[in-house]
Design a protein around this ligand. Sequence first.
Ligand code: LCS
Length: 397
Amino acid sequence: MDSKASGFASKLIHAGGSPDDCGSAVTPIYQTSTFVFENARQGADRFAGKADGYIYTRIGNPTINALEECVNALEGGEGAIATSSGMAAVTTAYFALLQSGDHMVSTASVYGPSRTLMEQHFSKFNVQSTYVDTSDIEKVKRAIKPNTRMIYVETPANPGMQITDLQAVADIAHANDALLVVDSTFASPHLQRPFSLGADVVLHSVTKFINGHADVVGGILIAKDPTIATRLRKIMIVTGCNMDPHQAFLVHRGLKTLSLRIDKAQESATKIARWLESRPEVAWVRYIGLESHPQHELALRQMEGPGAMISFELKGGIEAGERLMNRVRLAMLAVSLGGVETLIQHPASMTHSGFSEKERLEADITDGLVRYSVGIEDVDDLIEDLRQALEDDPEAV
Ligand code: LCS
């Protein structure tokens, strides 16, 4: 990276990858499964770690490494590992950092499969877990056990938008010989840098804001300590959770406009959230940028902006929510988030349908909650879309 690339936007464009022998300005797609050694000694030295160089794409590839270096620079880490999906990043983190007999404390409203993976699958290897509202620090303290080795926090949380005080949970983790892992997907490195608040590992589903174009599934882990980065990479390699070069190229391409996309989307989200709050049909709106958000002040302290995700509930509950989702014409009815296109979905029956009713209530996911991911369309068109969907005569359906 050019040493002049010290600002965030400069790192977005210049960190990761350097011109190859042809002088290409962008790291090309090294679409190869394997790399040819000059001789047997070189191959042996690379396997033994005595010589740098590529071996096999599951282990490392220049296109993937360019993306890893860029995200590592954005987060201020000491090593990044790209993975085939966000869930592959979660799997890699659990596998690499927990042992049989360990206990993990986590956010009750994490992305559904992150909880299912732990409670239904890692529990088979005698890893225990406790899910609490991590935005309540006393609850985190009470959940700690002598064998707690990880606090795994998602902030902002999906879809309830609860904010966890990262500095406070980092202090609890470190006082108890545990690591703090932060799923920062909803914020992206543009809005939140957990290492500056004490996190040990940061995780993203790059499917969302980092790629930003709803055309790739992927994940990434970043570690503050190089030895933890090595542990994560070893597990990524043996589990085959690697990203592929074409995927990495697309994500790196999308990443360059991260700041522009999020700044635009959050400006629109702020207007839309205020507009929703003023509507008689709306029971409540949960948006970090609104003063009504319970952790508005904390969010402003630990994040650089409120982001593009809004959750809300209509007074008519689930029926009114379904009607709205069926009537929007510009927003697309689809799961996922963080792309240039606005998406709307229903967590209780879609992303978090794997949760029991008790788990959903613990996570504040009411039956009528609607999640809205703001894209970069014209904000007036988005508001008009919501207005016509809210106001149309139900008899006309
Ligand atoms: N972490 C968070 C916070 C997520 O929102 C997701 C996916 C993941 C991890 C997993 O990433 P993936 O494997 O899908 O790349 N969230 C989704 C959502 O809210 N709707 O669809 C997927």
